[in-house]
Design a protein around this ligand. Structure first.
Ligand SMILES: [Zn+2]
Length: 400
């Protein structure tokens, strides 16, 4: 009897699986050659998970007579290996993608062309907030230091103030728009932090907004409590820590137990390089990590989430991506989207990782797919095109 499936993507010139043997991350020599199929098709089942991938003729025989809610012919364009075209073409699409939003569904960014890629994973963002800080960028360009801006009432306290005042509906409205821009740039799974409340009430408001987006929008969200983002005005570091331990964390535990909030990660700040030893799944930034820190991360299989936009916009020292890759660290990428680093685009992040951090294109692609999923504890379901994984696929037009 004929079975119904959600989607058939036929005859793609190239399907970039990223990995194909159930790997949870890629590090070391495995980064030199990513898994790619030529002349292939892909089937997404009615549950939204990948049902089959393989040579186009094999898939055609296997699924002949079966029905699909949607069928997309991906043939007709010449595609050769190389992620450079992905960066370029996806950026081109971004500029005109507002009218393409209605094609984004089933967690699928459809650009109706002929190379299939695993959806991009953004492993580090701060996307829920109110209070634009464009004026601070102007101040910085004019020579103001971080402390000048802070003393003028700017910096994180400005965002905290506005986020505390904003209604849940206002926060959700701007958050939804930002997520839509990220989807249009090819992101299908994104980590979203709280952290502009710094009091229990506002942190919970932000986490409820993230929870609502998880339920209503067609992209994957990994929610992170980041209540220790900064010491709030009027409190000492010790008072703020006590508040988190005695008020925030117990409340989050209750809400999680009742199913009211779904929290995937908790962010903590380590200034003395103890992350890997503490058993962290991932550590972000790492502009100042020591050689010992790098060795400890490699040994502990703790992933390094590098943030090229932050290093670029704040003119920081670049993290030593090459050293980390050569030592076998699981390198992942994130946009660090926040009021200071207004970048929705993982292709742009990958581009900066290649140019400024000297990563190769396969390394940048693995860092923005399977390794970013690993950093979020989701590489068993996301980050590559493999049977049984979430059907998060980007279809792009590229000649090579
Ligand atoms: Zn950040």
């Amino acid at each position: 009897m004929a079975t119904g499936h959600r989607l058939l993507l036929e005859n793609a010139r190239q399907v970039v699986l990223v990995c194909a043997r159930g790997e949870r991350f890629l590090a070391g020599p495995a980064l030199r050659s990513l898994a790619v199929l030529e002349g292939a098709s892909l089937v997404v089942g009615s549950d939204g998970f990948i049902k089959a991938i393989g040579p186009a003729d094999v898939i055609q025989r296997q699924f002949s007579g079966e029905t699909f809610e949607e069928r997309i012919d991906c043939s007709g364009k010449c595609v050769l290996p190389g992620a450079g075209a992905l960066f370029r073409k996806t950026l081109e699409r971004n500029e005109q993608c507002s009218e393409h939003y209605d094609t984004v569904r089933h967690r699928l960014s459809i650009f109706r062309f002929s190379t299939l890629f695993a959806g991009l994973v953004d492993a580090h963002t701060h996307p829920v907030w109110a209070g634009e800080r464009v004026h601070e960028f102007a101040m910085k360009l004019a020579g103001a230091t971080y402390m000048d801006i802070h003393q003028a009432g700017g910096g994180i306290n400005f965002t905290v103030e506005h986020t505390r005042q904003a209604s849940e509906e206002e926060l959700f409205g701007s958050f939804r728009q930002r997520l839509q821009c990220m989807m249009r740039a090819g992101t299908t799974l994104v980590e979203c932090k709280s952290g502009y409340g710094l009091n229990l009430e506002t942190e919970l408001k932000m986490l409820r907004v993230i929870e609502r987006a998880r339920r209503e929008l067609p992209l994957g969200i990994s929610a992170t409590y980041c209540g220790a983002h900064s010491v709030p005005k009027g409190k000492t570091a010790i008072e703020a820590t006590d508040d988190i331990i005695h008020n925030h964390l117990p409340r989050l535990k209750d809400l999680g137990r009742n199913g009211d909030l779904h929290l995937d990660n908790i962010d903590v700040f380590c200034e003395k390089g103890l992350g890997a030893e503490l058993g962290a799944q991932a550590i972000s930034h790492l502009e100042e990590v020591s050689d010992e820190g790098i060795a400890a991360m490699a040994a502990a299989k703790c992933s390094a989430v590098l943030l090229p936009t932050t290093a670029y916009m704040l003119r920081l020292k670049q993290p030593r991506a090459r050293k980390m890759l050569d030592e076998g660290v699981i390198v992942a990428l994130g946009s660090d989207f926040n009021p200071n680093a207004y970048c929705f685009s993982m292709p742009m992040v990958m581009h900066l990782a290649c140019v400024n951090m000297r990563m190769s294109m396969p390394e940048a692609l693995a860092a923005a797919t399977i390794n970013a999923a690993y950093a979020l504890g989701k590489s068993h379901t996301h980050g590559s095109l493999e049977v049984g994984k979430q059907g998060d696929v980007i279809i792009i037009n590229a000649s090579r």
